[in-house]
Write a protein that binds this ligand. Structure first.
Ligand code: SF4
Length: 694
């Protein structure tokens, strides 16, 4: 804990870690941050916080920060510090050289869910206006892209349906593929309060997460399914709801397409989809699945909260739609206490998606082939936009290894550590002629970079983040950028060096442009955010006060759409050589690849990633607690220590991915969601054996 001295001023700003979006008073003495105090007025946190937002900000002034731009002709050469002018000019001339030689579509970029809405908007604008293509993607590709696809298809919009307050009206809370206690602690506390008041809890997760056994709030039903069988379990629950006629016919007739419901009902009610029939796949006792389905359908307001255990599968989008089907079938949409709620991992993953960071969508989730939407941007930006979707991150890497994609601008994202199959990512980066990384630290991806542009922390800039409940909140500059520029200013420098004519002097002007071009943000302006603290989109003429609960009178798409989601087993199979299934996740004290939290005192609480293994599996292999083990998959191998625990079932092992030494993604495979290419991080067949250590 670093709390020093007496502050002389305070600035209210928003946490840069998870999608809860807690607000804090950053208390300052001169240019020194003294402490972060959770803000009582914050609508997302109401004065609460977790150990990350409260204490883990020391990385902002850590000695590892890179403060000067650097370039090098090849990745085998040492870095050379250069002026900002030289770095920006070199970046622009390299991108233009590549485009002249290999074509307009040979370059692209990646926006960051860690950066502000304004910054991600500018990066996708840089790609579309400056590069002239749609080769822009975001780190949501590897986490919640199936949420975007699934909820847009079924409900009409790519976002959660409720605000956090809604949980206080829930009677049954279904948590699937999420571990809120570790991943979203402040919201988890709110959920637990409701459980203490008597709401019932269903947990669907291969691990016995803390919520399952928490004192006074334990789960009524824990379904520890075999990893990779979400769709089979949810379809079996649907089977129970339909065959026992527990569905809400009045809601479905009024709000959904009845014919589509009937097709879906016919499908799920087939005997092959009963809890009994799928038991060999899921490993779940049929009576438990049946009881969970009955409770969700008949227990009053049913609210579903889910995380990456839903999306990071080869059937991620199908799982999201299977969840939406359950909510529509039971009428659990469109009022407080119900809904379908993705718990967003990163502070601004919702915002990055909203801002048009996808290769197929402009801001506000409008497809690039939509002539009307494109015309708005073309008239505002004075260019003709590409009407064909661009490349997703994995496609960019594939194209690089095939020789057709040659340059990339990566802002605030360490794809070498965070994306699956590290060897493939490295090969893609290695094949490019210009890799530009903008980040706080020389991350793993920077090992393959030719230009490094120093990034700025959330404490050094103005802007907004949008949290998991679609709440847009201000990020306020607490101190001057140590590197000289906020990230949005760096993007503007690159854009102008490419020949564009941007002249933003404050992020509020960028938000005004976003509002003018994005119908769901039409009513969002900084003066309103100052006055009201936050706004939940859609905030526009139709919803002047914003929208805490969506789909109240009708779905955004009109009628809610039931989608038949057939269970398709993943191609990643266990067998004699790789008999165990690995799944991955986070721990409370750390955040994603750990670039920030590993540079704070939080490291003491979790100094290394360990492999959770069931006592029976450990005994079979002669493994004792804390032994070094070798974890091997078809993609690669790594070494870490064992943690013997019954939190995981026999046949399943689990690790976190916060420390680069672990290289958890050396293990993960190339399999991905059929609709969005979100990687299948949650299911990898592995073998585990004793090792002598790294
Ligand atoms: Fe709140 Fe999440 Fe930040 Fe913790 S990490 S303080 S829960 S926003």
């Amino acid at each position: 804990v670093v709390e020093t001295g007496t502050p002389d001023r305070a600035v209210v700003t928003t946490c840069a870690y998870c999608g809860v979006g807690c607000t804090f008073r950053a208390e300052m003495r001169g240019e020194e941050l003294v402490r972060m105090v959770p803000w009582k007025e914050g609508k997302a946190n109401r004065g609460h916080s977790c150990v990350k937002g409260r204490f883990a900000w020391g990385y902002a002034q850590h000695q590892d920060r890179i403060l000067n731009p650097m370039i090098r002709a090849s990745v085998t050469e040492p870095w050379r510090e250069v002026s900002w002018e030289e770095a920006i000019a070199h970046t622009a001339s390299e991108f233009r050289r590549i485009q002249a030689k290999y074509g307009t579509r040979a370059v692209g970029g990646i926006t960051s869910s860690r950066c502000t809405n304004e910054e991600t908007f500018l990066v996708q604008k840089l790609i579309r206006q400056g590069f002239g293509n749609n080769n822009v993607d975001t780190c949501a590709r590897v986490c919640h892209s199936p949420t975007g696809y699934g909820l847009k298809t079924t409900f009409g919009t790519s976002a959660g349906t409720q605000d956090f307050d809604s949980v206080s009206q829930a009677d049954v809370i279904l948590v699937i593929g999420a571990n809120p206690t570790d991943g979203h602690p402040v919201f988890a506390s709110r959920m637990k309060r409701r459980l203490r008041e008597g709401a019932k809890l269903i947990v669907i997760d291969p691990r016995r997460i803390d919520l399952v056994k928490s004192p006074h709030v334990g789960a009524e039903h824990h379904l520890p399914l075999r990893p990779g069988t979400n769709v089979a379990v949810l379809t079996a629950m649907a089977h129970v709801i339909v065959t026992e006629r527990l569905y809400d016919e009045a809601f479905i007739r009024e709000r959904c397409d009845w014919d589509e419901f009937q097709d879906w009902a016919d499908f799920v009610s087939e005997p092959a989809r009963s809890p009994e029939a799928v038991e060999p796949l899921t490993g779940l006792a049929p009576e438990d699945v049946r009881a969970a389905a009955q409770l969700y359908a008949t227990g009053g307001n049913g609210a579903i909260y889910y995380g990456l255990g839903v999306t990071e599968h080869s059937q991620g989008s199908s799982t999201v739609m299977a969840i939406a089907n359950l909510a529509m079938a039971t009428g659990n949409i469109g009022r407080e206490g119900v809904g379908v709620n993705p718990l967003r991992g990163q502070n601004n993953v919702q915002g990055a998606c909203d801002m048009g960071s996808f290769p197929h969508e402009l801001s506000g989730y409008r497809h690039v082939s939509d002539d009307g939407a494109r015309a708005m941007f073309e008239s505002a930006w004075g260019v003709k936009l590409d009407h064909e979707p661009g490349l997703r991150i994995p496609n960019m890497l594939d194209a690089a290894t095939e020789g057709t994609f040659k340059g990339i601008f990566i802002q605030g994202e360490d794809i070498l550590q965070s994306d699956p199959n590290t060897h493939h990512v490295a090969a893609g980066l290695e094949a490019m002629e210009c890799v530009v990384v903008q980040d706080l630290f020389l991350n793993e991806t920077a090992n393959y970079a030719h230009v490094f542009l120093p990034g700025s922390t959330f404490l050094e800039k103005d802007g907004t983040f949008t949290n998991a409940e679609r709440r847009i909140q201000r990020v306020r500059k607490v101190m001057s950028p140590l590197n000289g520029y906020a990230d949005w200013e760096v993007v503007q420098l690159v854009a102008n060096a490419l020949g564009l004519d941007w002249s933003y002097t404050h992020p509020s002007q960028i938000m005004d442009e976003i509002a003018a071009l994005t119908p769901t943000f039409a009513g969002v302006h900084y003066d309103r955010l100052e006055e009201e603290g936050s706004l939940q989109w859609p905030a526009n003429e139709a919803a002047p006060d914003g929208t805490p609960t969506m789909h109240v009178d009708g779905f955004v798409r009109g009628k809610g759409k039931f989608v038949v989601t057939d269970y398709v087993p993943t191609d990643e199979k266990t067998g004699p050589r790789f008999p165990l299934l690995l799944t991955t996740g986070r721990i409370l004290s750390h955040y994603n690849v750990g670039a920030q939290t590993r540079r704070t005192a939080n490291t003491a609480w979790h100094p290394e990633d360990r492999l959770e293994i069931h006592p029976a599996d450990a005994e079979n292999r002669g493994i004792k607690d804390n032994d070094w083990i070798c974890l091997r998959s078809r993609a690669g191998e790594t070494t870490l220590r064992a943690l013997i625990t019954e939190r995981v079932a026999p046949g399943v092992v689990y690790t976190t991915f916060h420390h680069p030494e672990t290289q958890a993604n050396v293990i993960t495979t190339d399999y991905s969601d059929w609709a969005t290419n979100c990687p299948e991080y949650k299911v990898t067949a592995v073998q585990v054996s004793l090792s002598n250590g790294p």
